[in-house]
Write a protein that binds this ligand. Sequence first.
Ligand SMILES: *Cc1c(COP(=O)(O)O)cnc(C)c1O
Length: 384
Amino acid sequence: MLTKKLLMIPGPTPVPPEVLQALATPMINHRGPEYAELQREVVENCKYVFQTSGDVLVFPSAGTGGLEAAIVNVLSPGDKVLSVSIGAFGDRWAKIARTFGAEVIDCAFEWGEAADPQVVDAALRANPDVKAVLVTHNETSTGVTNDLRAIAEVVRAHGPLLMVDAISSLIATDLQTDAWGCDVVVAGAQKAFMIPPGLAFIAVSQRAWDANANAKMPRFYWDFAPMRKYMERDQTPYTPAVNLLFGLRVSLRAIRAAGLQASFERHARMGRAVRAGAQAMGLKLLADPDHASNSVTAIIAPEGVSVKELRKRMREEHGITTAGGQGKLEERIFRIGHLGYITEPDIIATLAALERVLMELGLPVAPGKAVAVAGEILSGRKQA
Ligand SMILES: *Cc1c(COP(=O)(O)O)cnc(C)c1O
């Protein structure tokens, strides 16, 4: 049977054909001049998407490797860390810090809510010796985006390092590494970068480098210092993921040519369209509306509808893969990813399929209504 597949999950995201082709470029010597030129260009364009003039390190790894690298490079065992967590990925980062001997103070919020900067402020006042604050910019498990700019202001006023998991936000949502004073920002290949999994990107501020000089947590592969030393001559200490960099060169050129602002606006429009479409079907959203994500939308499964069954029908009858819930939200929500190489027709197709599946499951859905509402938003005729 002919099925056109649509991958609507918050990573890995679809990869454009031009990038797929670039991935198949024949291998080159990673110590030769052709490679140096490739690395120089992608690192330069990484700085553009991180909005930084500081260092951006690139490691072959899943995003989680980047989170671990951030911890072990700026902290020593026994250091106090404030974990601002609003979901599964925030909890994971705190667990990594604990694993390496940090003393983690939890500043956790209900899943579905954003972190309140005033609560972060109070936690820092109560713990003046905190060395670093861990924050997830966009919590992929709940579809909530934190007000990172406001949190950064609070953290800067107290002085600790600000470490940001921006794996599912960078390129999709504005994040001004330098202007907001972020010290370590981690991103990952398979989200809005539009390339396959396998690279972690880490922006490092001067303050973070100063901390790195005295950080005692054990590290070898992840050590920032040799990475920076080699990157100064457009190489890496260990073999880089050459093919992923070929792909990355193509995707970053495209992102830069269109402009970051256009990317933020496109993602914001897709987020608004999915949310309005879901609500037009009578569905409820998990995220507090003021902090709903432009990368992923978490939808609460209607009464009596199994998330597994709904996702199975979407996949088997319409070729559309959506994500389930994570951790304690597993059977309560399903998620639609709308970041990276996702286009407006993909959003419309997903909403149309969802309308049909819900109708088949016996829900009172007016066919075409969600699609019409979303279409208005995507066309720019309607704001929300
Ligand atoms: C996807 C994601 C991660 C984990 O990335 P992996 O590549 O699976 O390790 C971490 N944090 C956030 C916010 C994510 O969206």
